[in-house]
Design a binder for this molecule. Structure first.
Ligand code: GLC
Ligand code: MG
Length: 253
């Protein structure tokens, strides 16, 4: 393996992106471990899970310890190898977020079924919603939020999960926040994802983006509608798709 382009920062979603196939995960871990040792590459996980649910996942998977964990769909950033909640991010999201009003509006919709308590977070309200009613429910929800002056983001992922977050609380905004802090060039940054809550990773900057082969329809559709040469839709699934993308962008040969 010889390293071609300098990879400074890799941000990846966990479920169905990095995690999904043990063999390719082990292979990618070896590559990432080497990047970290030779180039000081930073590794960031960006997951929809709460930190508690992330800890369940790491107890069953062979995952490297990241430099930073972005949890709860971007609304929480844990620094120091996923240990310490970043107070600056909390401050940023606190302005203009009225959680009780969000919950009150959402509770008017019988189709929205609350997710478990562990996934209800200070800046994230989450439900299950059937794909058959999503096209009817989401616009009505958005209409009520904006009528109430609530500047929120509604994200539907994987044909089942509906998250409501502060407008600038998504994974992509969290990545821009970290990249600015670390002063890392987008050209030396890679983002990887598979579903709706990853769209924001691809949306704001011109980081190199890898969409794994097993990606969900909502991310594939977004990619089709916003084609750019710095996003790559892999053929291979999960971590093998990330490896394929790293080769495509010449971070790896
Ligand atoms: C994870 C979270 C869940 C969220 C989903 C999609 O599964 O646990 O709360 O709705 O990601 O973002
Ligand atoms: Mg995922």
């Amino acid at each position: 393996m010889s390293l071609l382009t300098h990879l400074s920062l890799l941000i990846t979603d966990l479920d169905h992106t990095l995690v999904g196939n043990d063999e390719s995960l082990d292979l990618l871990n070896q590559v990432l471990d080497r990047y970290r040792q030779t180039l000081g590459t930073k590794l960031v996980y960006a997951t929809g899970r709460s930190r508690e649910s992330y800890q369940d996942l790491i107890s069953t998977q062979r995952l490297l310890v990241p430099d930073v964990l972005i949890a709860a769909v971007g609304t929480e950033i844990y620094l120091d190898a996923a240990e310490t909640l970043d107070p600056a991010w909390v401050d940023k999201l606190s302005t203009n977020w009225r959680r009780e009003e969000v919950v009150a509006i959402a509770s008017r919709f019988a189709d929205l079924e609350s997710q478990p308590k562990s996934e209800q977070r200070p800046f994230k309200v989450s439900y299950y919603l059937s794909p058959s009613v999503v096209a009817a429910v989401v616009p009505q929800l958005q209409e009520l939020f904006s009528h109430q002056g609530l500047d929120v983001e509604v994200i539907y992922s994987g044909g089942k999960d509906l998250d409501i977050l502060p407008r600038d609380g998504d994974k992509g905004t969290a990545v821009q926040f970290l990249r600015d802090r670390w002063q890392i060039d987008p050209v030396q940054t890679v983002v990887c994802g598979d579903s709706g809550n990853d769209i924001s990773l691809f949306k704001y900057g011109n980081e190199r983006g890898i969409i794994v082969g097993n990606a969900q329809p909502e991310l594939r559709l977004w990619h089709e509608l916003h084609p750019v040469n710095y996003h790559y839709l892999a053929i291979a699934d999960y971590a093998a798709g990330i490896l394929e993308g790293l080769k495509y962008f010449q971070f790896l040969d």
